[in-house]
Design a protein around this ligand. Structure first.
Ligand code: GAR
Length: 226
């Protein structure tokens, strides 16, 4: 049965779109039962509504504490019947109340190679630092920011001529491939967490099979359909 997912967003929702597209293509065996935004102006709400997906705005400013906000999120997500939660550009930190309710069932994507450049401006900070490689990370969410066990990472070359925008765009293109892949693995029950290590069952390819001369590196390797 497709895994019922709640997706939490704050902005454009291009990662939400990439997951919707891979669900539609049959590559991800999941169903998005609810999209929640903390920002009523988030374009991702429109993307969801266009696909007939239920949406809800839970504006953090209306709550007097993080714990109350967490409870409202939790109520919405559980009422929708979600069995896992996907953070797709959700720019709020989830507190222990929420995180403990979905142990190893919350994924986040971050636009940098964690543990480097955690925080709200991962790609911008990496460009400013002048790194030669950057990328993106999908990880399980724990109680610390941008910290939980890593599911998949993609690395891209960064150039001295890169601006925050050009590097972020290159990274975003890979986010749109690795995030649906990670969700597919979660939905298929192929991820097992042991301490900080995430084991992928039935890994089907090896790094040696990555396209020669590819301008990016993804590990574990992307499978067919991603
Ligand atoms: C993405 O680049 C995502 O990695 C980042 O926000 C963007 C959302 O884009 N998330 C974070 O920085 C979380 N710390 P989207 O709304 O188009 O998916």
């Amino acid at each position: 049965m497709p895994l019922p997912l709640a997706v939490l967003i704050s902005g454009s929702g291009s990662n939400l779109q990439s997951i919707l597209d891979r669900i539609a293509s049959g590559a991800v065996d999941a169903r998005i039962v609810l999209v929640v935004s903390n920002d009523p102006g988030a374009y991702g709400l429109t993307r969801a509504a266009e696909r007939g997906i239920a949406t809800q705005v839970i504006a953090h400013g209306l709550f007097s504490s993080r714990d109350e906000y967490d409870q409202a999120l939790l109520d919405a997500v559980t009422a929708a019947g979600a069995r896992a939660v996907v953070l797709a550009g959700f720019m709020r930190i989830l507190g222990p109340r929420f995180v403990r309710s979905f142990p190893q069932r919350i994924l986040n994507i971050h636009p940098a190679l964690l543990p480097s450049f955690a925080g709200t401006h991962g790609a911008r900070d990496a460009a400013a630092y002048g790194v030669k490689l950057s990328g993106c990370t999908v990880h399980f969410v724990d109680e610390e920011m941008d910290h939980g066990p890593v599911v998949i990472q993609a690395a891209v070359a960064a150039e001295a001529s890169d601006t925050a925008e050009t590097l972020a765009a290159r990274i975003l293109a890979l986010e749109h491939r690795i995030y649906p892949q990670a969700v597919a693995w979660l939905a298929a029950g192929r991820l097992r967490v042991e301490g900080r290590k995430v084991h992928l069952a039935q890994a089907r390819a090896t790094l040696a099979e990555a396209p020669p001369g590819a301008a990016y590196l993804v590990n574990p390797p992307l499978e067919q359909g991603f």
